[in-house]
Design a protein around this ligand. Structure first.
Ligand code: FES
Length: 318
């Protein structure tokens, strides 16, 4: 996109970008959605059926997300029905930061389902990977896709994790495949730290070997005692954390875990929320969450657009 384009060109391109996104999610354009979107201009791509849309933040003069047709490079079956999917997606991968997610349309189900959000587990060299579990029709269909199949992606979306403050000791806390964005964070940090990973059984403890190869110390906790501490991950974490005043905690997992952390962790805490999403770009309000603002008031914020990462003690748990 040439930033010197004329005003009329910008207007046309802005319409193209917004219409493309809204049309992608819904069968008809929604005027209300357009009003909620903050994107200022963009370009439409080569194919009229599957346009590539580049959204630029005019104030920062940079691309913030793309829509692109990604190609499956590899599907790896992990333990417990979990899958790791690697996609050739140079546009999204080149922009991705830890804690952000992609919104994917599963081929073969375009007519019956909307896009699905997946945390980015890793990105680099033109590829990105996600973790998912076969739990329904969409993810079961996804698990059957062969190498070379195409997946329509929008991303990277969301705010991502902040970097740890100067001198802080990073502590990552994962429930099940909540480990995905934390692995990306660990890969990007220049320091190592501790990962606390919890699940029902040892099959829910994912990527432990990858963390150890990065030099991280892994503490596992399983409810059945098949790996690590028997019980919830908080039972392993909280006594240990009491002696770590320099810790800064980054967490992703089920609400019960994140709520327990926000009520019991005194150190700085960041939580990545998992909410039902429809549009993924802040237009439909399907993912709102009450968040305490700096002035003490409470506001409904969009997890997809304002999050998914929030300060742990700012979340109002229902
Ligand atoms: Fe539509 Fe968040 S999913 S606003």
């Amino acid at each position: 996109m040439n930033c010197d384009a004329t005003r009329s060109q910008n207007k046309r391109l802005r319409f193209s970008a917004v219409f493309g996104i809204v049309h992608t999610f819904f069968s008809r354009p929604l005027a209300q959605s357009v009003e909620h979107m903050t994107f200022n201009h963009g370009v439409s791509g080569s194919s009229p059926e599957r346009p590539t849309i580049l959204i630029r933040d005019v104030m920062q003069k940079k691309i913030t997300m793309v829509q692109e047709t990604a190609t499956i490079v590899n599907q790896l079956e992990m333990t417990g029905g979990y899958m790791r999917l690697t996609l050739q997606a140079p546009g999204v991968a080149g922009l991705a930061r830890p804690g952000q997610f992609v919104h994917a349309r599963v081929p073969g189900l375009e007519e019956s389902v909307l896009r699905r959000p997946f945390s980015i587990c890793d990105a680099g060299d033109g590829t990105l990977s996600i973790l998912y579990k076969r739990v329904g029709v969409g993810t079961a269909q996804m698990a059957t896709l062969p190498n070379g199949a195409e997946v329509d992606l929008i991303g990277p979306l969301g705010n991502g994790f902040p970097m740890p403050r100067e001198g802080a000791q990073p502590v990552l806390v994962a429930g099940g495949y909540g480990v995905a964005p934390l692995y990306f964070l660990a890969r990007k940090l220049s320091t190592t730290g501790h990962l606390f990973a919890g699940g029902k059984t040892s099959a829910d403890i994912l990527c432990a070997g990858e963390f150890e190869r990065l030099g991280w110390t892994v503490h596992a906790a399983t409810e059945d005692g098949s790996l690590g501490t028997r019980g919830y991950v908080t039972e392993a974490l909280l006594p240990w954390l009491a002696g770590q005043p320099a810790a800064e905690v980054f967490a992703c997992g089920p609400d019960g875990l994140l709520r327990a952390l926000s009520q019991n962790v005194s150190q700085p805490l960041w939580v990545s929320l998992d909410k039902h999403m429809v549009c993924g770009v802040g237009a439909c309000l399907a993912c709102v969450q009450k968040i305490i603002q700096p002035d003490g008031s409470v506001a409904q914020m969009r997890v997809c657009h304002d999050g998914p990462v929030f300060a742990g003690r700012s979340v109002v748990w229902n």
